[in-house]
Design a protein around this ligand. Structure first.
Ligand code: DGL
Length: 273
């Protein structure tokens, strides 16, 4: 057993924190759902913003980053890990589960709920290049996308806008218009937000696609899965008080902590790592 596995397999306690990470600030959209559903849990969030975006990185590069972040969160005492990133899940969830013994929850674009919700059988999927070209995504389409027409669209540059906190700028709107145009041209009535950054521009996307198009993301479903895994593992917090949330970023940008606080929507204790 190597040192990492030794750390990962220490006896977890129910009041230890939940460790959550993403390539950057996107996973905050998932963290919010986790906090809403599990308010008494201690939460620790790491934004790997110096290395964002993951969408155009190789699988090996993403796996290496995920190991670094997992080691960091485990050293903070995490009892479970949540990979709040579709791209990182596609590239690294198997490798993470091989390397660590603690429960690890990942996520994937909401193809199944979108296929079920669509009235006209045409769904659009906005995601990163990495997610769309992954074997996991191909398998997801194979399982749940067979009876619908699926229009996929990668969104290069959009994550970078959100990392800068530009969730309503004209430049961000222009990118969104460009990325949604092919989905609208095909007649999609349901659009999957297949990257955890995109819920932060939900209002803009909604404005661009119009009120007849439904937007679907998996934040709430991931939070439910986290709760179920905690119950199954006997690790649901027993504390009856609201859990503390702590954030780390490795961004070189001076405004990074302010962007986290703004997207989180409450005062946020942010450290640099
Ligand atoms: N937030 C990430 C996702 O859910 C990835 C963004 C990126 O770094 O490209 O896919």
């Amino acid at each position: 057993m190597n040192a990492t596995q030794h750390i990962a397999s220490k006896k977890a306690h129910a009041n230890d924190p939940i460790g959550v990470f993403d390539s950057g600030v996107g996973g905050l959209s998932v963290l919010k759902h986790i906090q809403d559903l599990l308010p008494n849990e201690q939460l620790r969030y790491v934004a790997d913003s110096r290395y964002a975006p993951y969408g155009n990185k190789t699988v090996a590069e993403i796996q290496a980053r995920c190991f670094t972040l997992a080691d960091f969160l485990i050293a903070q005492g995490a009892k479970v890990l949540v990979v709040a990133c579709n791209t990182a899940t596609a590239a690294a969830i198997d490798a993470l589960r091989e390397r660590y013994t603690l429960p690890i929850i990942g996520m994937e674009p909401a193809v199944k709920p979108a296929a079920e919700a669509s009235q006209n059988g045409i769904i659009g999927i906005l995601a990163t290049v990495g997610t769309l070209k992954s074997a996991q995504f191909a398998a997801l389409l194979e399982s749940y996308g067979r009876n619908v027409e699926v229009v996929t669209q990668a969104c290069p540059g959009l994550v970078e806008c959100i990392e800068r906190g530009e969730v309503d700028s004209p430049a961000t709107r222009d990118l969104i218009k460009q990325f949604c145009a092919p989905l609208l041209a095909e007649g999609a009535d349901t659009v999957v937000l297949g990257c955890t950054h995109y819920p932060f521009v939900r209002a803009l996307i909604s404005d661009v696609v119009g009120p007849k198009v439904s937007l679907v993301d998996t934040g709430a479903a991931v939070a439910k899965q986290v709760k179920n895994r905690l119950i199954e593992s006997g690790l649901l917090a027993t504390e009856q008080a609201p859990g503390a949330v702590h954030f780390w970023t490795n961004s070189a940008a001076v405004e990074a902590p302010a962007v986290i606080a703004r997207l989180w929507g409450q005062a946020a204790e942010v450290s640099v790592f």
